[in-house]
Each structure stands twice: as structure tokens, then as C-alpha cells.
Design a protein around this ligand. Structure first.
Ligand SMILES: [Zn+2]
Length: 470
């Protein structure tokens, strides 16, 4: 059995982790931040720093570093920036700083404004400016980033599993933090980006629009509401997604213009817009991009042709000759549409409607169904005739004719997280910040938005290992 004798004292292996503070050159101070103990006998499961220990260690470090930083930064504000006079203290206030490595209680000094700066200023101010945000930007970033990819509750579970985030971050906290990121970080970013990008020379872009429905939180008013999602792609192939709730026409129109601005598109940008013929979208398009070439998605038209063709083929069960005649008529109409000959296509379809109506008087089975589909197809094309183009020529020139490239955006933005499988319900008036966060994550621009708002937050290209003492 065991090699160890009965009664032999059990020796512990001990590691003590000390933090050596050197806030001024040569002046050091040590504090023990963790103590790790193990038995001499170790199995595979013992060969490691435990997750709980790592959490304890990082939060102990954070609890030492943050208050020292706040105190020192505050000392620099203790003298008047104008006359140098020492400012009087007006007591302290307490706050909790929430970070990826735990909650840190803070005591922040309030200072009385200097008498030399009379008027215009508040009577007192905090020696350290928390900017009304007690959540560390990096915690907000990580939370929002993963919320775009997984449900709130799952994000809460993951964060509390791996990090010493305290204050029990539950689904509600994660939701609220993400919403604030959308409102306070992403939205102001939209304005900055729009101004920055107008300086860029106008390069042609392709804009694709599509819509999807999400479940409403307020089921007494409506079960679902519509979210419009889209993509802008430029000549160099870079793509930018956007999404907004279809609220009132004015709001949707504003949201659309903003989304375009975000992607660097203004009213003067040469643009081709593809969409599925949704009546409300045309109006929005005309307002935002009055000079754009608008193209009705070929596949939406083709699917309607296919329904009519099926109905026509169905006639074959009764009369093969009539069925063949109807199929031929539809195929000719479709060929004309494909070759940009809308008047000819319309004439063919109108003739087919007329023919079906005449034939239906004879009560032939299936003819009413055909008539219905052809009627619908014709009305659809008439509604969208301004967006009918020479599809064959566009295809030959390698120009887009379908919104297929947008469908992935719709799926990523709406379907993945908001569909009925996940049982998520949204409020049409508050969904926008979440859509904004999600599109920024998918566009890979969320980190930039944080950097713009908090200079120094997650600096680019310096994520190497921390400098280690020799
Ligand atoms: Zn002064």
C-alpha cells in the first residue's frame, strides 16, 4: 500500500506571492497577496494553479493597484491648475469600481473649487473622475463582445466561471451593461465615424437590404416586429453590416442614413442598392440615396415565377396542351425580364392573366390557382418596375443581381440570437443598442469604438507579455 509510514508528519509545500510596490524609485513596500499550499504527494489534478487561486490572486492584485492609482492621480489635482493654490478637501465619497478582476471599493476625495476660478465652475469636484461609470471599460467591452455571440445568461456564467467578477453578474446585469455600451460607446462612435469618413473620396459601393422578424416583448401589442439588416460592400471587398428596427418611417429613415454614414456612404456616394421589393424600403432608399441605382433582387422575382410555373405545370393533370401553353408563356415572360425587357414581360404576363381568366370560366381545375400566382407576380413586378434592370448584362459584367450576400448578415444579426429557438424577446424601442453592439462586433469595430471613447483602453499591437523582472 502507501509508502508513507503511519504518523509521519505531512509536509506542505508553500508558495507565498508578494507584491513589491515601488511607487517612487527606490522606495519599495511588500505585501503578501496570496498563499498557495500543496501536499508533497501530488496527483495530476494537483499539478496546477487552481482557477479559484488564480481568481483570488488577480483580485488581490487589483485591490492593491486600483486604490493606489486613484489616490496618486487625485493628489495631482489637489492644487489649482491655474494659480497653484492648495485646494480644500470637502470630504470623501465612496464608490465601487467593477472590473474584470473583482469589485474594488474606492474612497474618492472631493475638493472645493479654487476661489480664483469664480463663476462657471461647480463648487466642488471629485479628485478622480469616474465619469459616472463605475464599470471598467474592459469589463464592459468583454461583456458586450460576448453578448453579441451568446445569450445573456450564458455570458454571465462564463464570466463568473473564469474571472473574479463579483456582484453576481446575472443575465440582467449583462443585458444592462451591453445596452449601455450600445448607447454610450457605439452610438457616439457613429457620429465620429461619419464625420471622419466624409473626407474620403466617394468610391462606388453596393448596399444590400433585407428584413427579418424578431419576437416582441410586449405581446399584448404585437407578436413580432421587423428589423432591417443590411451590408455595404465596397470595391475593395470590405463589408460593413448594419441593422435597425423598423419603427416609424421617419425613425427608420434616420437609422438607415446613420447606418450608411457609419459605413462611409453619403447621399453622393455612387451606390447600387439591392433589395427584395419591400414597399417601405423603397421610400427609405429614395430619401437616403436619391441617386442610387436600385436593383430588385433577381431571386425574389424568380421564386414568384417558379410558383406560377408550378401552378401551370399542375394543369397538365387535366389538359397537357393548356399546361404547355401556360408554361411557355411564363418562360417567355421570365426570359424578357432577365434580358431587361420589362414592357415585353408585362405584356406576356397580362396576356396570360387574361387567358387564365377566360379559361377559368370553364371551371377547369387548377386554373384559379395559376391566375392567382400570375396576378400576384405581375402586381409585384409593377410595384417594383423602377428597379428592374438588364439582369443578364449585369451578370455578364460581374455585377450583383441578388441580395444573397446580405442574407448571412440577417442571419448573423437577427436569427442567431433573436429567433424563437432562443426565446429571446425584444422591445422595439430598446432593441437598437443591442443591434448596434452586435453589428460592431460582427464588423470587428467594437474595440475601436472603445479606444475612441477611452484612449488607452485595450491598446492596439502592444498586447505582448508583460515585462518580467530579470
Ligand atoms: Zn486658483
Amino acid at each position: 500500500m502507501g509508502s508513507r509510514d503511519e504518523g509521519e508528519p505531512v509536509t506542505k509545500l508553500v508558495w507565498r506571492v508578494k507584491l513589491v510596490t515601488e511607487l517612487q524609485a527606490g522606495e519599495t513596500m511588500e505585501v503578501e497577496v496570496a498563499r498557495i499550499e500543496r501536499d508533497e504527494q501530488a496527483g495530476l489534478a494537483d499539478l496546477r494553479l487552481r482557477l479559484s487561486e488564480a481568481k483570488q490572486l488577480t483580485s488581490a492584485l487589483q485591490a492593491e493597484i486600483v486604490p493606489a492609482q486613484v489616490t496618486i492621480a487625485g493628489e495631482h489635482r489637489c492644487a489649482c491648475a491655474v494659480c497653484g493654490r492648495r485646494l480644500a478637501s470637502k470630504g470623501y465619497y465612496t464608490a465601487t469600481f467593477r472590473s474584470l478582476f473583482g469589485d474594488v471599493p474606492m474612497r474618492i476625495r472631493r475638493l472645493l473649487a479654487c476661489p480664483c476660478r469664480n463663476g462657471g465652475l461647480a463648487k466642488s469636484f471629485a479628485a478622480f473622475d469616474l465619469e459616472a461609470a463605475t464599470v471598467a471599460p474592459e469589463l464592459a467591452y468583454v461583456t458586450a463582445r460576448y453578448t453579441a455571440l451568446a445569450p445573456f445568461g450564458k455570458v454571465a456564467d462564463l464570466l463568473s466561471e473564469l474571472l473574479p467578477v463579483s456582484g453576481a453578474p446575472n443575465a440582467g446585469t449583462v443585458r444592462n451593461r451591453t445596452m449601455r455600451v450600445g448607447e454610450a460607446i457605439v452610438q457616439p462612435n457613429v457620429t465620429t465615424m461619419a464625420t471622419r469618413l466624409t473626407a474620403r473620396p466617394a468610391e462606388p459601393v453596393v448596399v444590400g437590404l433585407d428584413g427579418g422578424y424578431v419576437r416582441s416583448r410586449h405581446r399584448q401589442d404585437e407578436r413580432h416586429f421587423e428589423v432591417v439588416a443590411g451590408k455595404v460592400s465596397d470595391a475593395r471587398g470590405s463589408q460593413s453590416r448594419f441593422a435597425f428596427a423598423r419603427n416609424s418611417p421617419t425613425i427608420a429613415s434616420g437609422a438607415f442614413k446613420q447606418a450608411l454614414a457609419m459605413a462611409g456612404v453619403t447621399a453622393d456616394t455612387p451606390a447600387t442598392v439591392l433589395c427584395d421589393g419591400h414597399a417601405g424600403l423603397w421610400r427609405m432608399l429614395r430619401e437616403a440615396l436619391p441617386n442610387a441605382t436600385v436593383v430588385l433582387d433577381w431571386w425574389h422575382a424568380a421564386v414568384r415565377f417558379e410558383h406560377a410555373l408550378q401552378a401551370a405545370r399542375g394543369l397538365g393533370a387535366v389538359d397537357a396542351h393548356l399546361a404547355a401553353e401556360a408554361v411557355r408563356g411564363l418562360e417567355r415572360a421570365k426570359w424578357r425580364l432577365w434580358h431587361g425587357r420589362w414592357p415585353g414581360c408585362r405584356r406576356k404576363l397580362a396576356a396570360l392573366c387574361h387567358w387564365a381568366r377566360r379559361t377559368s370560366i370553364h371551371g377547369m381545375a387548377g386554373i384559379a390557382r395559376l391566375e392567382h400566382h400570375v396576378d400576384e407576380l405581375l402586381a409585384y413586378l409593377e410595384r417594383n418596375h423602377g428597379a428592374l434592370v438588364h439582369y443578364a448584362a449585369r451578370r455578364r459584367n460581374g455585377e450583383p443581381i441578388s441580395t444573397a450576400f446580405v442574407e448571412s448578415a440577417v442571419n448573423e444579426i437577427i436569427a442567431k440570437r433573436m429567433n424563437k429557438k432562443q426565446q429571446m424577446r425584444w422591445n422595439r424601442t430598446t432593441v437598437q443598442p443591442f443591434l448596434d453592439v452586435r453589428t460592431e462586433v460582427l464588423n470587428d469595430t467594437l474595440e475601436d469604438a472603445f479606444r475612441r471613447r477611452y484612449p488607452g483602453c485595450r491598446p492596439a499591437n502592444v498586447d505582448g507579455p508583460i515585462a518580467l523582472a530579470a
